[in-house]
Design a binder for this molecule. Structure first.
Ligand SMILES: [Zn+2]
Ligand SMILES: [Zn+2]
Length: 374
């Protein structure tokens, strides 16, 4: 599907309109479909026409909590086609298919030299925008890609790879970072609680490291998809007690490590209980601050370690690009819903209130490219 559309678009001369549609965040739980100016680009910059943009849990959190000032245009899992290049850009040309990162460190400052990239002043700036305060901008027809992102954070998509597959580079990177933090050993058994798209990617990555992976979810629909990715050892948490079952599968010990890939704090206790003494628990989806209950003696006496991981790592950028662009995993199959930009409010609403059958949800401004003069 991606290929025919792409050819249809490439055959036509691209003309860039002056206005475009965008899903604009106007305040807490208030996103509106608006007509905004197409961003202007300067020297060293790119204008990218967005084909697909994944909806990320962090977008939903920002919309629901009002953690960021309004107005903004969110969306940072962006794949698309170069529509225009600024003066002095030689690495890319119009019609190149690309993925763009939204945070990239400078590589030269004190913090970069000491490998604390997240403290780099350049890294802290968002390098893609569709207007207003830069916030990714993928929920719009066009994004402006700033010069440092053009130099170090724009990646060409190979011909045989779809825009849908390509938009997983950033989420895969966040999962790779989580797995690096957990550092699974070859002989270990790891329980991954939650088999949404991120839980499945985490499970596959842990399995590729040689760990034995047990997955669990309340929804049989998700377990079916998870199984199709080679994750055979499953617990249907709607029918059996995941903690008990994990112990049964590990000679009564519990898993060497547990990854919690379900939001909220309700399962932290279970995750700790399912871990063996001396084991570790990775909180991967606990992005909202608040208070949670766990047994302090599980940490002190049983020596269980609580770990966390959030966002992407620039050090894993190349590895995540390779994984996605080599098609090491058929990530497109994790997409359950595709919405045109015009229906982005519906898309965000579904993502915020997932159904058993919902997996990755993407907004596709590029879904109207075929047969239109855009
Ligand atoms: Zn994301
Ligand atoms: Zn730096």
């Amino acid at each position: 599907m991606g290929m025919t559309r792409q050819i249809a678009v490439e055959d036509r001369k691209q003309s860039i309109p002056t206005t475009m549609q965008a899903a604009v965040y106007r305040g807490v739980n208030d996103v509106r479909l608006e007509i905004v100016p197409v961003p202007k680009i300067g020297a060293g910059e790119l204008l990218v026409k967005v084909h697909t943009c994944g909806i990320c849990g962090t977008d939903l959190k920002k919309i629901a909590t009002g953690s960021h000032s309004a107005p903004r245009i969110f969306g940072h899992e962006i794949s698309g086609i170069v529509a225009a290049v600024g003066e002095g850009v030689n690495e890319f040309a119009a019609r190149d298919r690309v993925v763009v990162f939204h945070h990239i460190p400078c590589g030269e400052c004190y913090y970069c030299r000491h490998k604390t990239f997240a403290q780099c002043p350049t890294y802290k700036k968002v390098g893609c925008t569709a207007g207003f305060e830069p916030s990714g901008g993928g929920f719009a027809e066009y994004v402006r890609v700033m010069d440092w992102i053009v130099k170090r954070g724009t990646v060409r998509i190979p011909d045989q790879i779809s825009f849908e597959q390509a938009c997983f580079v950033e989420p895969v990177n966040t999962c790779m970072k989580g797995i690096a933090t957990l550092h699974p050993e070859h002989s270990e058994t790891i329980l991954v609680i939650g088999q949404g798209p991120i839980g499945i990617v985490l499970s596959v990555l842990a399995q590729r490291r040689g760990a034995t992976v047990i997955t669990s979810d309340l929804y049989p629909e998700r377990l079916t998809i998870s199984k199709s990715f080679g994750l055979e050892l499953q617990i249907d948490a709607s029918r059996s007690d995941a903690v008990k079952r994990t112990r049964e599968l590990t000679e009564g010990r519990g898993a060497d490590a547990v990854i919690l890939a379900v939001g909220g704090n309700g399962l932290i206790r279970s995750a700790m209980d399912a871990t063996r003494p001396g084991g570790r628990v990775l909180l991967f989806a606990q992005t909202v601050s608040g208070e949670a209950t766990f047994d302090p003696a599980a940490v002190c006496v049983d020596e269980k370690t609580l770990l966390g991981s959030y966002s992407a790592s620039v050090e894993l950028q190349e590895e995540s690009v390779r994984f996605v662009m080599n098609h090491d995993m058929d990530l497109e199959r994790l997409i359950s819903h595709r919405f045109p930009l015009a229906n982005s409010l519906e898309a965000l609403n579904l993502a915020a209130h997932p159904k058993p059958e919902s997996m990755k949800i993407v907004i596709q401004p590029g879904s109207v490219w075929e047969g239109s003069s855009a």
